[in-house]
Design a protein around this ligand. Sequence first.
Ligand code: PLP
Length: 427
Amino acid sequence: MNSNSLYERAKKVMPGGVNSPVRAFGAVGGNPLFISKGEGSKISDVDGNEYIDYVCSWGPVILGHNHPEIAKSIESAIYNGLSFGAPTEIEVLAAELITSSVPNVDMVRMVNSGTEAVMSAVRLARGYTGKDKIIKFEGCYHGHGDSMLVKAGSGALTLSAPDSRGVTHGTAKDTLVAVYNDIESVERLFCENKDEIAGVIIEPVAANMGVIPPEENFLTGLRKLCDKNNALLIFDEVITGFRLCFGGAQEFYGVDADIVTFGKVIGAGMPVGAYGGRREIMECVSPLGGVYQAGTLSGNPIAMTAGYTQLKILSENKEIYNKINNLALKLEEGFKRAAGELELPMWVNRVGSLVSVFFTKECVENYKKAKTSDTGLYSKYFNYMLKEGIYLAPSQFEAMFISYSHTEEDICKTLDAARKVLGNLKE
Ligand code: PLP
């Protein structure tokens, strides 16, 4: 058994051989690796190769793979039964930890993915305000709910298919698209759609068109515009939540959101998402209010156990954030140094433990600038780095995720490999 033969079999029985499009390596060429095991900062494939992993399951694995405490907690939970469809203590513990630590989240509802969290948050914003339209930003990805598949990032961006077939015009017309880091584009939409906008949804740090930090005053500008227009500000913290710091982007930037969505880190690698907000907003959710939302497996005890264990570790050891942010800073500085020495047109963005390298000399501050990156060069870079034992996202428009298991040695090896690969690319 090896990756290539598994891929051939997979393609016969699964669309593209995968269960999520970017995994197919379509943007970088070649066949995907089939992973057999993860341990700390490393993953191994079925072919027997080991890689330093910067995908980290696209974010959830913030402590590293196969964390002993998380593995043990799940092991003890499974013998009590996998799912009941009835309340359990672990859901209360998780909700108490989240509501006591994340600003403006008085109540939280668990779901099974980031997509579900966003779909529910958008419905809630509409239900609470009684208005229909939502503003999102070009290149921001909020999962694959119909109303969010308009000018989306991540896989949709890579595949150059920002608008999915199957999304009706009726749905798409209620999604208005603004330009990231351009407050005037948002102001214009509010003016043109007076009293029709339920909310603005944003990745407070854009991380699905590559990493793009919010410019100073951009998030506070959104807050003011939402207040002025009686609209809700939705922070999609599926990536940033519990990653930038325990309180997420709200705490990191000191900006208040009305509804916050979570995913990834909240489940430690198990299928968990959540949305939360101020009490009077969350009281609109069923069974208290008229905004319906439900789930057979929501708050699943095994998933909650994994997530709660990870969140508890993160909440009790703030040093974790210093370490991952510092390692990411070393990467950022190393990439910039290498690009400077080799005189390569490269732009590096970093926020906390999220890093992106773009092959452009433009300052990457929005979707248009991100698209100036030479994706052909990224694909060569990706494949050469893979040969050097470094597993990067198989797409330009994603983040590198640093975990607490990454070491200084991992970072040095990665930068050595990058210098070599970038040198070859220049020739
Ligand atoms: N929101 C953001 C910011 C994301 O990055 C993602 C996934 O990458 C989602 C929502 C959707 O989450 P999921 O893939 O768990 O459905």
